[in-house]
Design a protein around this ligand. Structure first.
Ligand code: NAP
Ligand code: GLV
Ligand code: GLV
Length: 320
């Protein structure tokens, strides 16, 4: 049988199904596979079952002349050089839809935790500083009846709007193309980015990381936001300029931020963002539920198996 490299063990029994069509070599450790180990193992592989922490670029692909498919256990494919795959006729699979709800939930968790100062509250309680109820204790800003701006109105963006309905929010969005059904059924308006930034109380970033979105939110964009605004990033760290965000949070340009993704990622424990009370950071757990991660693992296996058996892949990345 042909060899498939699995770069890290996923939850569930997806890999058992891959074993029925291929010889599986799986990185045994509970950390990302080192690049040099991956490079050595792909040499005679027909498929790679990859994680978002693996860099799949032209140099790596050149070492794998027999490679037919890269199946990423993620919806985002910014870790993969798609053009290099397309040039070599390598199909790329990813895992949309199955993680949309969990990710939209985490976006809401961060919108609320950040604006209602949850991190500060937890720290205060654990430090023994909760002495009495305080009429001015940890005042934040409301989520209900506020204005929400979503940058990127794809699967995750739309699931975020669905959740906003219960909070009676005014919702606006940006995307490359208009979403008439979102406007008609969910009442969200498409506006230019600058207008969204200037008028939103909460800005949620939900675009893929591409050359067009790299540092989409930088010093200029942060300066346009309200001084009371809350910025939430559940997309990819490099969509936001970390240095500019640190400055904006330290000098009051915006009030707070909630991050599921960071640049760099992981954020080192001594990173200056972590010295800020108004910055809530969680470790890229947007899709991290048993149901969702198992479904992602299954879908990545389905994509890989389909590609290797000559069937249409359930979710092949367009252009590959
Ligand atoms: P999607 O359905 O492809 O949606 C992406 C949206 O971004 C689309 O509406 C697209 O516009 C828009 N967009 C792309 N480039 C843009 C630009 N330059 N300016 C404005 N909008 C732009 O993807 P998804 O499933 O919602 O996922 C989005 C991203 O979230 C993923 O790529 C991934 O990086 C990230 N993600 C993170 C987690 C996590 O664990 N934190 C989980 C899931 C996803 P059009 O519709 O007009 O093309
Ligand atoms: C998670 O970040 C994903 O892209 O699946
Ligand atoms: C708060 O707990 C209140 O009862 O107002």
């Amino acid at each position: 049988m042909s060899k498939v490299v699995v770069t890290r063990r996923p939850p569930g029994n997806a890999i058992e199904r891959v074993r029925q069509v291929a010889d599986v070599w799986m990185w045994p450790e509970n950390r990302a596979i080192p690049a040099e180990v991956l490079a050595a193992e792909v040499v005679d592989a027909v498929g790679v079952y990859s994680m978002l922490t693996d860099t799949i670029d032209g140099t790596l692909l050149d070492m794998a002349p027999g490679l037919q498919v890269v199946s990423n256990m993620a919806v985002g494919v910014d870790n993969i050089d798609l053009a290099a795959c397309a040039d070599r006729g390598i199909a790329v699979g990813h895992t949309p839809d199955v993680l949309t709800d969990s990710t939209a939930d985490i976006a809401w968790l961060l919108v609320m935790a950040s604006t209602r100062r949850m991190q500060e509250g937890i720290d205060l309680v654990r430090a023994g500083e909760w002495k009495q109820w305080d009429p001015e204790g940890l005042l934040g800003h409301d989520v209900s009846r506020s204005t929400l701006g979503i940058i990127g109105m794809g699967r995750v963006g739309q699931a975020i709007v669905m959740r906003a309905l219960g909070f009676d929010m005014d919702v606006m969005y940006t995307a490359r193309s208009a979403k008439p059904t979102v406007e008609t059924h969910l009442g969200a308006r498409r506006v230019p980015l600058d207008q969204l930034l200037a008028t939103s109380d909460h800005v949620v970033v939900a675009v893929p990381l591409t050359s067009g979105t790299h540092q989409l939110i930088g010093e200029r964009e942060l300066a346009m936001m309200k001084p009371t605004a809350n910025l939430v990033n559940i997309a990819r760290g490099p969509v936001v300029d970390t240095e500019a965000l640190y400055e904006a949070l330290s000098n009051g340009t915006i009030r707070c931020a909630g991050l599921d993704v960071t640049d760099p990622e992981p954020l080192p424990p001594d990173h200056k963002l972590l010295t800020l009370k108004n910055c809530t950071v969680i470790p890229h757990t947007g899709s991290s539920t048993w149901r969702t991660r198992t479904a992602m693992a299954d879908l990545a296996a389905d994509n890989l198996i389909a590609a290797l058996t000559g069937e249409p892949m359930p979710h092949r990345v367009p252009g590959t």
